[in-house]
Design a protein around this ligand. Structure first.
Ligand SMILES: *Cc1c(COP(=O)(O)O)cnc(C)c1O
Length: 218
């Protein structure tokens, strides 16, 4: 199957209120342009320098999302152009994004990553930490970042019930935050093998790589 066919099939399955991030990490400019020609304009990368290089080379109407773990010292390379940072997992990182966004006279939209999986390899805040951070006055001082929602990755398992429960708990937290803040609108939840469950559980944004571009060779 070609990239174009794969992408069209996925788009058909998604309702209009779910945004597709085509995850193009490790993929070439040519492969990205195939998806672009189908009309895809949002691409996700997990390495800052790889994303910056692609931003330089590719059409400027592409929106670049950083979906991976971000080291604070790399923020400056994407601050001029990144359109959404999904993996914000510390206050330190949020402060650095704010600083670099200010230097570029921008407000950068961010999602807070919540640790929902059983595995301890996945980054993110606990639900308690999110609630604490939310009630902290420090967020309102960060005028060059706008938190628009949450992101989470489920446990890597064949057991759909586990995935479904983890997504359900993230959705509940999302709804709770939404109550007191109308900037909260995005729930980034679901990848190639679990996006259908994600959507059932209330996802508004899915991050799909291998089902569009095929397996990655690292
Ligand atoms: C790689 C990656 C994806 C896409 O994974 P696929 O299984 O290829 O769809 C989604 N989210 C994050 C955070 C990733 O690193």
């Amino acid at each position: 199957m070609s990239i174009k066919t794969n992408l069209k099939e996925i788009i058909k399955k998604l309702s209009e209120d779910v945004t597709l991030v085509a995850v193009s990490k490790t993929k070439s400019n040519e492969e990205i342009m195939e998806a672009y020609e189908v009309g895809q304009r949002i691409f996700g990368e997990n390495k800052v320098q790889e994303m910056a290089k692609k931003w330089e080379d590719l059409p400027k109407d592409i929106e670049w999302h950083m979906i991976g773990h971000v080291q604070s010292n790399k923020v400056k390379y994407m601050a001029p152009f990144v359109s959404l940072i999904h993996g914000v997992d510390s206050l330190k990182l949020l402060k650095e994004i704010n600083k670099q966004a200010a230097k570029n006279e921008r407000v950068i939209e961010c999602l807070l990553q919540v640790h929902i999986a059983k595995e301890d390899t996945k980054f993110g805040f606990s639900e308690e930490e999110i609630t604490t951070l939310w009630n902290d006055h420090v967020l309102s001082e960060l005028t060059n970042v706008q938190i628009i929602g949450l992101m989470g990755m489920a446990t890597f398992t064949e057991d759909d019930v586990i995935v479904q429960r983890e997504f359900e708990s993230l959705y509940k937290l999302f709804k709770a935050l939404q109550k007191n803040n109308n900037a909260i609108k995005t729930l980034s939840m679901g990848m190639s093998n679990d996006y259908k469950i994600g959507i059932k559980e209330g996802s508004t944004m899915v991050r799909i790589g291998s089902s569009i571009f095929g397996k990655r060779n690292y």
